[in-house]
Design a protein around this ligand. Structure first.
Ligand SMILES: [Zn+2]
Length: 285
């Protein structure tokens, strides 16, 4: 007889909102959206890639940057090393080139499992290089945000990533290339105050928490904020977000936007488009 100990712990997931027990494989088919209450589970970078880009199309960029500890912050280097081992990621953001329905795109995907998806020098540098490569290769950029904000162990150097990434986004715009951001649960701090809210089109997944100061900071300020102020829904109602979306419509919406930016109709089903925004075949580097 099967005992409780024999059941792999990752076979079932409990919905944090409605507490329904969900079979993990069935949940994956639902793109990690609870079929009972619609709660959007937080995704890691690999899951996000899997449900976003054309299969086999993704090539990572800048995965070889070193861990940095510019201020000699106690235990920080060891913490970052452990995060690398735990997540299999080099840092809190994955960047690279992929394709959506055949349209080449530069992608950035943040991962909360790496020190809360916080933004230090490496994260800022990877995002800046992502924008620069998109310019060189005439690619649109799509950035999936999930972050607790700037990385406190890098203090001012982390904060300096805000103008650096914002400047790189600005240069992308000057080159006439589109930039789309997708805000996912949660997006806070210096990330919201820089590249997250600079998209030409800003999309947010339903139910995502977001804002500049996190709830714990807001609590100690004794400000009487309206309820639900730090939600995607509130930001959408107040014009800060262009599209509030269920994850199940996200891939198709991104594809539609990319075709729209390219000024050409979507291809019929089964016929992938090709090349960059100008319809030119491009290769990496
Ligand atoms: Zn649920």
């Amino acid at each position: 007889m099967t005992s409780v100990e024999d059941i792999p712990p990752d076979l079932w997931e409990e919905c944090p909102r409605c507490h329904q027990l969900l079979y993990a494989r069935a949940l994956e088919k639902e793109l990690w959206v609870c079929p009972k209450c619609g709660y959007h589970f937080r995704l890691n970078a690999a899951q996000r890639l899997q449900i976003t880009v054309d299969e086999g199309s993704f090539t990572p960029w800048d995965a070889d940057l070193p861990l940095v500890d510019p201020l000699g912050f106690p235990d920080y280097y060891q913490k970052a090393q452990k995060a690398r081992e735990k997540t299999g990621l080099d840092e809190g953001v994955v960047t690279g080139r992929g394709a959506l329905d055949g349209i080449a795109v530069g992608l950035g995907i943040m991962d909360l499992a790496f020190i809360g998806g916080s933004m230090g020098w490496v994260v800022g540098e990877k995002i800046t290089r992502l924008m620069e490569r998109c310019r060189e290769q005439a690619l649109p950029a799509v950035m999936f945000c999930a972050s607790g904000g700037a990385r406190m162990q890098e203090s001012l150097i982390a904060l300096m990533q805000m103008p650096k990434t914002s400047g790189a986004v600005g240069k992308l715009g000057e080159a006439g290339l589109p930039y789309v951001t997708v805000l996912t649960d949660p997006t806070y701090g210096g990330v919201t105050a820089s590249y997250a809210f600079l998209g030409d089109v800003i999309i947010a997944e339903v139910g995502a928490a977001m804002g500049f100061a996190g709830p714990r900071v807001v609590e100690v300020t004794n400000l009487n904020l309206p309820p639900h102020v730090q939600t995607a829904e509130f930001h959408y109602e107040h014009g800060m977000i262009d599209i509030l979306i269920n994850r199940k419509q996200l891939q198709e919406t991104l594809q539609t936007l990319l075709y729209w930016f390219a000024g050409r109709p979507r291809q019929p089903d089964g016929e992938a488009g090709s090349g960059n925004l100008l319809g030119e075949a491009t290769t990496d580097e």
